[in-house]
Design a binder for this molecule. Structure first.
Ligand SMILES: NC(=O)c1ccc[n+]([C@@H]2O[C@H](COP(=O)([O-])OP(=O)(O)OC[C@H]3O[C@@H](n4cnc5c(N)ncnc54)[C@H](OP(=O)(O)O)[C@@H]3O)[C@@H](O)[C@H]2O)c1
Length: 333
């Protein structure tokens, strides 16, 4: 007999929702039952493309569907909070796209609400669930590189300036820090923990959002992370975790690699194949489904305290660059 089927809804039929829905058939014992949009036409078009049985022309109707176990929220960052809050209050598990919210207060509110309601909530940091990252955690735990001391990583995309594009629009939480920095900071936080100091430099686009940044995370014991991000120009998108006895290279793009290379002092480098399922998105759904079946309300791999810690670093970096994000409380839900 198969596992209990987990029934999912998607909020926000945009670009990432398309990719996740395309990978969803690779998630066992799960059904993509519904999609919600501000527009009935967009919801129906998405539902037709992905053979989703129910299409709702409002986010309220989606979170009200009594047959849904979980909702994957794929709206822009400032539009996560209101939908996630409404879903949690209706007892629905939530998987919330990164960045989790636009502000630290929003992230803390969702964390506290999920805990007080006893409802599952997780940031959709799919990277942490990929085979490459499962192996990295095991290698570090087994002492393959000694003590992890440094992380260096970059992530840049050449996104032509367009004030209406989510990446450049303040009202959609635009900017390189929240969009791409979240991968860099989440990696550093996962490996090194919460930093003692945060130092950001960078420049702003004409819309006032950060278009490029350098971030130095410092730890009082001398550990450090150097992170570079940009929506103004492309960069390789590689990462390296350096330990006291070796290092691990994550080739481009480091947030969804299909191989990693382990270099141990005095030995030949060793490349390990880490091919993910599909485009890599099924792994986080598989993990959440297992947690929901077990009755868990948080993931030990992507706990809400990590999400809040990452959000604090991102928003501190933004503030240093003069970018002040706000949540969108006008979302109808
Ligand atoms: N995991 C990944 O690899 C990955 C990749 C890209 C993006 N993301 C994350 O996914 C989220 C969405 O990014 P995206 O690139 O998919 O965005 P997008 O293409 O602009 O789509 C966002 C969707 O959100 C809905 N929405 C609801 N309220 C909105 C508002 N006030 N303004 C604009 N759209 C609104 C829109 O659907 P309706 O208008 O139909 O309601 C729209 O289709 C972001 O948080 C982003 O960081 C993750």
């Amino acid at each position: 007999m198969g596992e209990r089927v987990i029934r999912w809804g998607i909020a926000g039929p945009g670009r990432i929702a398309e990719s996740e829905a395309s990978d969803f058939p690779l998630v066992p014992d799960a059904e993509l039952l519904a999609v919600g949009s501000r527009s009935a036409e967009r919801a129906q078009a998405f539902a037709t493309r992905h053979a989703i049985p129910r299409a709702y022309g409002s986010y309220r109707d989606l979170v009200d569907d009594p047959d849904l176990d979980a909702i994957y929220i794929a709206t822009p960052h400032p539009q996560h909070l209101a939908i996630a809050r409404a879903a949690i209050r209706r007892g629905k598990a939530v998987l919330v796209e990164k960045t989790f919210t636009a502000t630290v207060a929003g992230a803390e509110e969702l964390r506290d609400l999920a805990r007080s309601e006893g409802v599952f909530a997780m940031e959709a940091m799919w990277t942490r669930f990929l085979p490459a990252y499962v192996s990295i955690r095991k290698l570090i735990k087994d002492g393959a590189i000694g003590e992890a001391r440094q992380v260096q990583a970059d992530l840049g995309v050449d996104r032509p300036f367009d004030p209406t594009d989510r990446a450049y629009d303040r009202l959609q939480g635009g900017g390189a820090m929240l969009d791409l920095g979240v991968y860099l900071v989440s990696l550093a936080q996962h490996i090194l923990g919460v930093p003692d100091t945060i130092t950001a430099t960078g420049s702003l686009a004409p819309t006032g959002v950060d278009q490029e940044f350098g971030l130095l995370l410092g730890y009082d014991d001398g550990r450090a992370a150097t992170l570079l991000g940009s929506i103004r120009n492309a960069s390789p998108g590689t990462a390296r975790i350096v330990g006291s006895e070796g290092w691990i290279d994550l080739p481009a793009r480091f947030h969804h690699p299909s191989a990693i290379t382990l270099s141990r002092c005095g030995r030949e480098p060793q490349t390990l194949d880490q091919t993910p399922l599909g485009h890599g998105y099924p792994h986080q759904f598989i993990a959440v489904n297992e947690l929901l079946r077990s009755g868990a309300t948080e993931s030990p791999i992507m706990p809400l305290d990590d999400t809040v810690a990452v959000q604090k670093i991102l928003n501190a970096g933004c503030e240093q660059l003069g970018v002040h994000h706000r949540e969108d409380e006008t979302v109808e839900v």
